[in-house]
Design a protein around this ligand. Sequence first.
Ligand code: PMT
Length: 409
Amino acid sequence: MSSLSNKSVLLGVSGGIAAYKSPDLVRRLREAGAEVRVAMSANAAQFITPLTLQAVSGRPVHHALLDQAAESGMGHIELARWADVVLVAPASANFLSGLAHGAASDLLTTVCLATTAPIVVAPAMNQQMWSNTATRDNIQLLSRRDITICGPATGDQACGETGPGRMQDPHELLAAVAAVFTTGGLAGNKVVITAGPTWEAIDPVRAITNHSSGKMGYAIAQAVAESGAEVVLVSGPTALAAPHGMRRVDVVSAREMYQAVMDEIDDTDVFIGVAAVADYRPSRNGLQKIKKHAERLTVELVKNPDILATVAALPNGPYTVGFSAETEALEQHAREKLMSKGADLIAANEVGFNKGFGVDDNALLLLDRSGSMTLPRMRKSRLARALVDEIIRRYAEHSGQDPRQAHRH
Ligand code: PMT
């Protein structure tokens, strides 16, 4: 997985000659793993066609504020909610002025006003326009509102002048977008995360397993890595590539997962058990395939070690977060697990047909000894970031740090 894996990037293109670089930017954002949607101003469409951007993004391009077809599908409010980050490149002087003054005069400014996602702008304009006091004031206003200003670069301009006003290079823009997700909330800490299913062999060709895809655990691992922690991801068999910036230890069975976690746990600060670990395994696993002569076959199961409970019981052990997968009485069962396993925090989710397992979204009920809160249904990547924010805050309180230091922005 790359630096922008699972990130939804809304690329805003405003009117300026640098708009001719937008298709390349879309391509690079997608290469970095992002899902990209493009919203362009009417003036931008004078420089580059929506069709080109549609072809490179693989998605319809949004340009009208009130477009009946768009509003019934991905309208401006949905677009604002969909984005994990909004990158406006190029950002013209006119667009920056509208953004600074809260304009909702076209799709792009309206989406920027309606989104809670971080905004990165890449100014691009004539050098004299960039130096004008009006633009300087607008930029100052935007910086004070935590909008990231990336560039402009200095050099030859399309208008024949030389100076500051060129759109920043794509690799700088990609780094600025990735930096939005990078926080220091867990810097200096080691976090061990389990993810995916386990497979418990019945014989050399058959196994008992479950529907875990690893998506929830991998998303959490990525969010933890973005918080600056050293991450060890102990993973059961999944089809997913390891997220960026972490060490992955591959295991198959619950006992292998238990051993891999114990090998890492001594210097671990936070443990998060997201794996769907098989509670039982076949007592015998012969070397040969079982033949189907008998009408009935009985497989005796024995209990697997409980990784979460073992970690939670360690003297001076890590801050311990467990999951609870339930088909009924979510809160009641989750609270029982909080107590019986001795975890510091339980993240409970409903599982079933098309719920929890395998799908791309989820909702969590967080429980600890002082109360509960809900993280509503959203994409697993975003839910993971919200959960990690909560873990950072609670872990900081637990370990006596100032939680304001540890919290993501
Ligand atoms: O992987 P996905 O397709 O994205 O699906 C995500 C998920 C539904 C698997 C995930 O959100 C989830 O709920 N994971 C926990 C699944 C589970 O095993 O829940 P449980 O209620 O049976 O176990 C409670 C806790 O004990 C879990 O933290 C589990 O990792 C841990 N456990 C269980 C048994 C065992 N022997 N050792 C353990 O550590």
